[in-house]
Every structure is written in C-alpha cells, then in structure tokens.
Design a protein around this ligand. Structure first.
Ligand SMILES: [Zn+2]
Length: 174
C-alpha cells in the first residue's frame, strides 16, 4: 500500500512538471485527479485567461473584482466539484498559486511568453469509500473554459479522459 501511494504521488508530480513546460492553450484546463484510500485529490492547472480574461496583476477595480470572484469560486471546492455523495467526501485544504496576480516579478514563462497560469490543488477526505464520479463545475463557473484534459490515477492505474463543454460528469471508474 505504501509503495502504491508513493507511485501515484510520483506520477502526479512528474505529470505536473511535464505540463508546466509547454505553452498553454486558452480554453483548456489540465486536471490531475487521484483516488487513494480515504482521499480524493484534484490538481488543476489553468491559463489565467480562462478564469479572469487576462494573465497579469489586476490594474483596475473591475479587474480586482474579477480576480476576487474567481478565487472565491475556487475556494468553494465542494460547489465547484460535486463528488459522488456515496463516498462521503468532505473538503480539506485548498492551495492556490498564481504568481502573476500578485504583481511581483513575472516568472520565466510569463516573461518569455506573456502567458501565466493558476495552479490549484483541492483535497477531500472520503469516509465511506471511493467516489464513482465527480461533477465538475468549471464550465458553468468560467465561461471561457471549453475543455478539461484529465489524467486519472486510481491506485497504480492511470488513464486519460477529456471533458468537453457542456459535459460535467467525470467517471472515476477504471
Ligand atoms: Zn495565456
């Protein structure tokens, strides 16, 4: 069990690093979804443009409001990701990382390309078992989002799925 867990985490990290190197495509969100005993984790990487329409620090009150609204939506993880209720999942820690929004020095990718991402991780504890599906609310919450490319890791089994607007349900069975 311990080894399996490590493998799943290692795979996720590798996947995330690989993703970070290519230029992003507006309208597309990358989502790494992992099911482990008692735990359900989603790692999201999205162009900022999908969420707020620009990819730099906000300059006006209207832009600041868009950023605040997007962050509030992401922080409401249990609304954004409606997990199979049979699994009894409750939201745990959320991490959001978008250096471009903070107006500091742009990261290497942003400086080179003018593009910037937001990375987010959402973790849930599941008391009653493994969820069979999750309804993903990204299309409703963020109209500029057209497609979600999913990498699903269940134990040591990996598979790829694609969710295209307006579909919301991601099956979590092998
Ligand atoms: Zn971009």
């Amino acid at each position: 069990m311990g080894l399996r867990l490590l493998t799943a985490i290692g795979t996720l990290l590798l996947g995330t690093n690989a993703l970070a190197q290519g230029p992003h495509e507006h309208g597309v969100v990358r989502l790494d979804v992992a099911i482990e005993p008692g735990r359900f984790t989603l790692l999201m990487e999205s162009p900022l443009a999908n969420l707020i329409g620009f990819e730099r620090a906000p300059r006006t009150d209207a832009e600041r409001q868009r950023v605040d609204a997007a962050l509030a939506t992401l922080n409401a993880a249990a609304t954004l990701f409606r997990i199979d209720p049979a699994a009894g999942c409750t939201p745990g820690p959320i991490e959001l990382n978008a250096a471009a929004l903070e107006g500091g020095k742009p990261g290497a990718e942003q400086a080179e390309t003018g593009h910037a991402d937001i990375d987010a991780s959402f973790s849930f504890k599941c008391k009653k078992g493994q969820p069979a599906f999750v309804d993903i609310g990204l299309f409703a919450a963020f109209p500029a989002t057209q497609r979600v490319d999913v990498q699903l890791v269940i134990g040591n089994a990996q598979s790829k799925r694609t969710l295209t607007r307006p579909a919301t349900r991601l099956s979590l069975t092998r």
